[in-house]
Design a protein around this ligand. Structure first.
Ligand code: NAI
Ligand code: MG
Length: 394
C-alpha cells in the first residue's frame, strides 16, 4: 500500500489536462501515493445540482490531501438554464465548489509563492536610467486569508430592516439612512482575531523556516481601521514570538504601485482575502502569469493544492493540448513541501527551472503567442511535451 492517499480532483476544462501531468511528475520523483479520483465542477452542478458532491467532501475528510485542477463557473442565469430539468425548481443554488471546500474544511491559509525562474521570457523587466533594462529577481510568497474578509459571503442588495437598524447604530450610517433599501447593496468585511492570528503565525513560521528577513502586512489600516487595524495589531503581537524577524506594513494601493518599481524588496506578504487575492495575482503577473501561478489552501486538518488559473474552456477541446502545465506541477511540489517531502519538491522545481532556462521547450504562453491549434507550427510545445522535458531534467 502506498504511503499517501491523495484525492485527485481534475474538475473542468484544462483542469482535466494539467492534473494528470502533475501526477506524472510526482510519480517520477518517487512520491509514494495513490490518487483517488473525486468528482467536482460544472458537470456535477448540471447533473446533481451540486458542484461539490458530498462523496468528494467525504474523500477529502478521509484522506486530508487534495490536488485540484480547475472548475468552470457561470453566472446565475446560465447556471439555472444548464441545470438538469428534473432538478429545476427544487431549491438548488449554484455555489462555488472551491469556496465550498475552503469553508467546509477551514482551509484558511492560502499560500501563493511567486518566484521568477531565470530565463523565462515572461519575467518582468524594468528600464534603467541609461536606457538599458534589468530583470529583478522576484521571490515573493503571499499568505492570503482564505475564508473571511470581504469574501465571507455576508452581503445583501436590499438589506432587511433588522440589518439597517443595526447599521443605524453607527454614526456614519446617517449619510445612507434615506437611501431606499432596494437601492442599497452591501458586502461585509469581517475579520476575526483567530483567523488573523492563524494567517500571521503561518507567515512568520514560513519566513523563519525559509530564511526571509521578515513579514510585510499589506492592508489599508489608515482607512479600514477596524479590520486592517486588527490584522496590524495581531501582527505586532505575533512578531513578539519572532524577535529575529522584522514586521513591515504597506498599504495595498501603494504596494501595487511599488510592485513594478522594486518587487525584489518583498518576500513574505500577508493580507486579508480580497487584498491577498489582488497582490498574489499582481505578483504572479511579474513571474509568468497563470501558467506559473501555484497555490495551496491549508487548514489544520486538510490541505488542497491547485494552480491559480481557471478551466480556460476555449482550450479544453484542443488535441494535443496547448496549455502550460507548470502551475499545476508546481502546485504538486507544494503538496510535497506540505508532507515534508521537500527534497522531492526541490527536484521538481529544479527541473522546471532547467527547462525554463534552457528555453527549448516552451508552451504558447511562454512564446507570447495567441492560443490556438496553430501554435505548434509557430514553435510551441504541447502540454505533454513540456512535462516530458521536465521529467527528462529531474
Ligand atoms: P482562466 O484562468 O481559465 O483563463 C484565462 C486565460 O488565461 C486563458 O484563456 C488562457 O489564455 C490563460 N491560461 C489559463 N491557464 C493557462 C495555462 N495553464 N497555460 C496557458 N495559459 C493559460 O480564467 P477565465 O477565462 O476568466 O475563466 C474560465 C473559467 O474558469 C470560468 O468559468 C471561471 O469561473 C473559472 N475559473 C476557475 C478558477 C479555479 O478553478 N480556481 C479560477 C479562475 C476562473
Ligand atoms: Mg484571483
Amino acid at each position: 500500500m502506498a504511503n499517501y492517499k491523495v484525492v485527485s480532483m481534475p474538475g473542468d476544462g484544462i483542469g482535466k489536462v494539467v492534473l494528470p501531468e502533475a501526477i506524472r511528475v510526482l510519480d517520477a520523483v518517487g512520491f509514494d501515493a495513490d490518487y483517488i479520483h473525486a468528482d467536482i465542477g460544472w458537470e456535477f452542478w448540471c447533473t446533481e445540482g451540486n458542484a461539490l458532491p458530498e462523496r468528494t467532501v467525504d474523500l477529502l475528510a478521509e484522506h486530508k490531501l487534495g490536488l485540484f485542477g480547475a472548475i468552470t463557473s457561470k453566472p446565475k442565469a446560465k447556471a439555472t438554464a444548464e441545470l438538469d430539468p428534473s432538478l429545476r425548481d427544487k431549491g438548488h443554488v449554484y455555489f462555488s465548489p472551491i469556496v465550498g471546500m475552503r469553508q467546509r474544511f477551514q482551509l484558511d491559509v492560502c499560500l501563493r509563492p511567486c518566484r521568477s525562474f531565470p530565463g523565462n521570457p515572461l519575467n518582468f523587466i524594468r528600464r534603467t536610467v541609461d536606457g538599458g533594462f534589468e530583470e529583478p529577481k522576484v521571490d515573493a510568497v503571499i499568505f492570503r486569508q482564505n475564508t473571511e474578509g470581504l469574501y465571507c459571503g455576508i452581503e445583501w442588495t436590499n438589506p432587511p430592516a433588522g440589518v439597517r437598524d443595526g447599521l443605524a447604530l453607527h454614526p456614519k450610517y446617517k449619510a445612507f439612512a434615506d437611501v431606499p433599501p432596494e437601492e442599497l447593496a452591501m458586502s461585509v468585511r469581517l475579520f476575526t482575531r483567530k483567523a488573523c492570528e492563524r494567517i500571521l503565525r503561518a507567515s512568520f513560521a514560513y519566513a523563519k523556516k525559509h530564511g526571509y528577513p521578515g513579514v510585510t502586512v499589506c492592508e489599508k489600516p489608515n482607512v479600514l481601521r477596524e479590520t486592517s487595524g486588527m490584522m496590524e495589531t495581531v501582527a505586532a503581537e505575533v512578531q513578539k514570538d519572532y524577535p529575529e524577524l522584522k514586521l513591515w506594513s504597506t498599504n495595498i494601493d501603494a504596494q501595487m504601485m511599488w510592485l513594478t518599481k522594486n518587487p525584489e524588496d518583498y518576500g513574505v506578504l500577508v493580507a486579508g482575502n480580497l487584498f491577498g487575492d489582488i497582490i498574489s495575482d499582481a505578483f504572479a503577473g511579474l513571474v509568468g502569469g497563470l501558467g506559473f501561478a501555484c497555490s495551496g489552501n491549508i487548514g489544520d486538518d486538510v490541505a488542497v493544492f491547485e494552480p491559480t488559473h481557471g478551466s480556460a474552456p476555449k482550450y479544453e477541446q484542443l488535441d494535443p493540448p496547448i496549455v502550460n502545465p507548470i502551475a499545476m506541477i508546481l502546485s504538486g511540489a507544494m503538496l510535497l513541501d506540505h508532507v515534508d517531502e521537500g527534497a522531492k519538491a526541490d527536484r521538481i522545481r529544479g527541473a522546471v527551472a532547467a527547462v525554463v532556462a534552457e528555453g527549448k521547450v516552451r508552451t504558447y504562453d511562454m512564446l507570447k503567442l495567441p492560443g490556438g491549434p496553430e501554435v505548434f507550427q509557430r514553435g510551441a510545445a504541447s502540454t505533454r511535451e513540456l512535462t516530458d522535458a521536465i521529467l527528462a531534467n529531474l
